[in-house]
Design a protein around this ligand. Structure first.
Ligand code: FMN
Length: 423
C-alpha cells in the first residue's frame, strides 16, 4: 500500500518540511511511515465512525455502503446541482471576527425553542425514506438524537411511524407535513402527530410537483436492480403504497409510508400539491393546535406574511438544493428573513451546514438554531446509529471550538458583529 500511495511517492512530502524534519532528527523515516500507515486510509474511505475527522468523511462511506440509486437520491439536487454547491459556497464567503481576552473556559451551547431547552442548536432536518439508507432508518436516528439530545423533525415520508420514532426517541419529535391535495389526508397526519404528543408541525412549502432531480435520474440508469420490486418511484406512490412484492426484507418497502396508514388516499394525486397557497396556510393554522412552522421560506416578503398569518416559526431552507435551481445559498437568504420576522418568531436555517463554523455564522446572522440533512443520512447509511451520533458529536465539538476561539461563551453572545464579508 505504501509504495502504491501517490502521497508517499510525492516529492513534496519527502522534500520540503518533512525532509527538514527528518534531517533535523525530529522524525525518523520509519516513524513517519508508521504514522502514515496508521492515519491514511488505503481507499480514502473510513471504515468506522471514530476514523472520521469531520462530517464530510461520512459521504464517501455512505456512497460505498449504498446502491447507486439510493446514494443518488441522497446526493441529488436539481438541474446542475448548482444550488447544492451554492449552499456550501455561501458559508465560505463569510468570515469570522474573533474577540480576544474573554474567559471562555465554560462554553454553553444550549438554546431555548418554544419553551424547551436543547443542549445545542443543532437539529435534525426531516429526511424521507431513511430505510433506503439503513434498515433501522428513522429509529436509529431517533436513538442517536436521544443519546446526543438533539431535536428530530420526522418526514411525512418517513419509513417509521411517529409513534415508533417517539418511543425510540423517548421524547417528542416535530412532524413535517406534506399535506397532499386532499385536505382530510393532511389533517389526518396533523391530528395523528398531535395525538402522539408532537409539539410542532412543520409545513414544507418549497416543493411543487416535479423538481428536476437529474443526479437521481442518472444514478437510476446505472443501478441495475429492479427498483419497482421495493417501492414506487412516483411522487404519490409512497403515499398510496403498492401491492407487496415478493417476500423477505423488500416487502416492508412495498407498503405505503406509515404516516399515511388508515387514511383514505383514493383521491390523492399529489403529495405536495402545486395549488398550495396562503389560503391553505390560514386553514391549516385554524386546524393545528400545537406550534406551526413553515419550512422553505427564503424571502423577507414571505417571512412577513408568515408572521401575519400567525406562524410560530420558520425554517429558511431550499430543501438542500432539491427544490428549484435558485443558486441562492440559504445563509444569504437568512438575513432578509430575519428582518422580515423582526424578532417575533424563531428562525431555523438548513442547507449546506457541514462545519461548526457554519453553525456559528448562521447563529451570528440571527438564526435560533440550524438543521442538518445529508450529514445525518451519510452517518446513518455508513454506520447506522453510531454514525449519526458521531456526526452530531463532531458538529458539537466544532461549534464549541469556534465559540471558544471567537470569544463567545454562550449562543446569545454570538452576534452579527462576529461575522463579516471579504472586502
Ligand atoms: C434524501 C433527502 C430527503 C429529504 N426529505 C425531506 C422531506 O421529506 N421533507 C422535507 O421537508 N425536507 C426533506 N429534505 C430536505 C431536508 O429537510 C433539508 O432541508 C436539507 O437536506 C438540508 O440541506 P443539507 O442536506 O445540505 O443539510 C430531504 C433532503 C434529503 C437530502
Amino acid at each position: 500500500m505504501l509504495t502504491a500511495s501517490p502521497l508517499i511517492a510525492s516529492p513534496h512530502l519527502f522534500g520540503g518540511p518533512v525532509a527538514n524534519l527528518l534531517a533535523a532528527g525530529g522524525l525518523t523515516k520509519r516513524a513517519f511511515l508508521d504514522w502514515f500507515e496508521t492515519f491514511h486510509q488505503s481507499d480514502d474511505t473510513i471504515s468506522s465512525p471514530d476514523q472520521a475527522f469531520d462530517v464530510l468523511d461520512f459521504e464517501p462511506a455512505a456512497r460505498k455502503a449504498l446502491p447507486p440509486a439510493h446514494f443518488g437520491y441522497l446526493a441529488t439536487g436539481v438541474d446542475d446541482d448548482g444550488t447544492v454547491r451554492a449552499n456550501r459556497e455561501g458559508y465560505s464567503r463569510l468570515q469570522i471576527r474573533s474577540r480576544r481576552l474573554v474567559d471562555v473556559e465554560n462554553i454553553d451551547m444550549s438554546v431555548r425553542v418554544f419553551g424547551a431547552t436543547w443542549s445545542s442548536p443543532i437539529m435534525i432536518s426531516p429526511v424521507s425514506s431513511q430505510k433506503a439508507f439503513h434498515p433501522e432508518g428513522d429509529i436509529a436516528v431517533a436513538r442517536a438524537a436521544r443519546a446526543k439530545d438533539h431535536l428530530q423533525i420526522l418526514s411525512t415520508a418517513a419509513t417509521s411511524s411517529i409513534e415508533d420514532v417517539m418511543a425510540a426517541r423517548d421524547g417528542a419529535v416535530w412532524q413535517q407535513l406534506y399535506p397532499t391535495n386532499v385536505w382530510e389526508v393532511g389533517r389526518g397526519i396533523v391530528k395523528r402527530a398531535e395525538k402522539a404528543g408532537s409539539p410542532a408541525i412543520v409545513l414544507t412549502v418549497d416543493l411543487q410537483e416535479g423538481s428536476n432531480r437529474e443526479t437521481l435520474f442518472r444514478s437510476q440508469t446505472v443501478d441495475k436492480r429492479d427498483c419497482s420490486a421495493c417501492h414506487s418511484s412516483s411522487y404519490t406512490g409512497y403515499a398510496r403504497g403498492r401491492p407487496k412484492a415478493g417476500s423477505g426484507g423488500f416487502a416492508q418497502y412495498a407498503e405505503r409510508k406509515p404516516m399515511f396508514d388508515g387514511l383514505d388516499l383514493s383521491k390523492v394525486t399529489a403529495t405536495h400539491p402545486a395549488s398550495m397557497n396562503w389560503e391553505f396556510v390560514k386553514r391549516l393554522r385554524d386546524t393545528v393546535t400545537v406550534k406551526l412552522l413553515l419550512k422553505g421560506i427564503v424571502t423577507r416578503e414571505d417571512a412577513q406574511m408568515a408572521v401575519e398569518q400567525g406562524m410560530d416559526g420558520l425554517i429558511v431552507s431550499n430543501h438542500g438544493g432539491r427544490a428549484e435551481e435558485s443558486l441562492r445559498p440559504t445563509i444569504e437568504s437568512l438575513p432578509e428573513v430575519i428582518e422580515g420576522v423582526a424578532g417575533k418568531i424563531p428562525v431555523i436555517v438548513d442547507g449546506g451546514i457541514r462545519r461548526g463554523t457554519d453553525i456559528f455564522k448562521a447563529l451570528a446572522l440571527g438564526a435560533t438554531a440550524v438543521g442538518i440533512g445529508r450529514p445525518e443520512a451519510w452517518g446513518l447509511a455508513a454506520f447506522g446509529q453510531p454514525g449519526v451520533e458521531t456526526v452530531l458529536e463532531i458538529l458539537r465539538r466544532e461549534l464549541k471550538t469556534i465559540m471558544r476561539q471567537a470569544g463567545t461563551v454562550s449562543v446569545d453572545k454570538i452576534t452579527r458583529s462576529h461575522v463579516t464579508r471579504p472586502f
